[in-house]
Design a protein around this ligand. Sequence first.
Ligand code: BG6
Length: 476
Amino acid sequence: MADAKFPDDFLWGGAIAANQAEGAYLADGKGLTTVDVIPHGKNRMPIKLGLIESVTLDENEYYPSHQAIDFYHRYKEDIALLAEMGFTVFRTSIAWSRIFPKGDERQPNQAGLQFYRDMFLECKKYGIEPLVTLCHFDVPLHLVTEYGSWRSRKMIDFFAHYAKTCFEAFDGLVKYWLTFNEINILLHSPFSGAGLQFKEGENKEQVKYQAAHHELVASALVTRIAHEINPENQIGCMLAGGNFYPYSCKPEDVWTALEKDRENLFFIDVQARGAYPAYAAKIFREKQVALEVEEGDNEILKHTVDFVSFSYYASRCAAADMNEKNTSAANVVKSLKNPYLQVSDWGWGIDPLGLRIAMNTLHDRYQKPLFLVENGLGAKDTVEANGEINDDYRIAYLREHIKAMKDAIADGIPLMGYTSWGCIDLVAASTGEMGKRYGFIYVDRDDAGHGTLQRTRKKSFYWYKKVIATNGESLD
Ligand code: BG6
């Protein structure tokens, strides 16, 4: 059992993303982004995977990002609630298209900068440190239609200009930055992950890994820029985490699990170690990828991140012989079902020990501080007749995962902080539902966009408040 405590300066809080919370999708000059053309319903997944092209709005579809939970207009009320819970960190993202509506302009949209300045100031008012993702699943749509998004090398310059603009505009307000949310999701959900759509018959792997190269160079470049602007800036990479377990001790299963882990860690290997790993050559050979690397790219990649952030919802399972009937796709990554685990209502395996395992793996591999920036239980909540929301299942999930973090700290892992996912209910990234709720704060809105948007504290709100007040000592 854990005999360690959370460090005194441990950052406690929660996370959201612009595209899942802000709404106001065209307000104050904002441009359309990829997520604004991803509807709720049957076309959602094929569009996210880049299999169906969607670059315009269809009046017969419902797009959850357009209003979301209207955080754009209600952030003061929402941040006050987060402050009431005692948050010391709040993770959100900047919508690139609020700052550069098309993505390739040189002059930023001042109204977009003003919105984020005001919002970060609101956080600071309560002593809450913003942790800001520059790109969380929302590429400006114009960059997709005009350049093919990250398949184009030009994106490096557009992204660097956007990032520099943000670092300068919010210098002194924000010091914790993440470059790309769950960068490895580019491989699994290419349109939502990186704005990629495919042409008939082309080698998708070539497109994905070339896009990945551009993102990796862009990430390293802006890491350098952030450090030049202010050496106090702390830049993190962000992995959709969770180890693959071998389905059995059959050596072939163990090997497959190792390869599956490498597929995801590939990105972090570059961002945290500063060069492509040795196994990259084999991946490229097998997938017939001929990577175009320009002179100077490898120098830029040497600018590694300060910390490794990751999301953790579930562990994964792999066997040499994947039985299709027995798979699930927790957080988009395909996995075999683990017979030892309970699952959430959405089939995601619940595995707190898997968090400790993931943390140990990441630290053994990178020797950088870790930051758990997403974790939580997507569940249906019921509002009782008296208005209460008694989400004991969510408390149980979070309690066990916080215990696992404590165990990992006792293992010697440096953990900077914890931002549980969806601290206020928001739109689910995978399904577009509102009914898949993660929050401590309930938002009255349903899957079709009906509801008052009123905010209500859930039972978990009071529980988490106590967790924070006792620095993780009181978990009951
Ligand atoms: C992560 C994303 O993949 O998982 C979030 O970074 C997302 O944007 C979260 O919301 C949970 O997934 P979902 O599909 O339940 O919202």
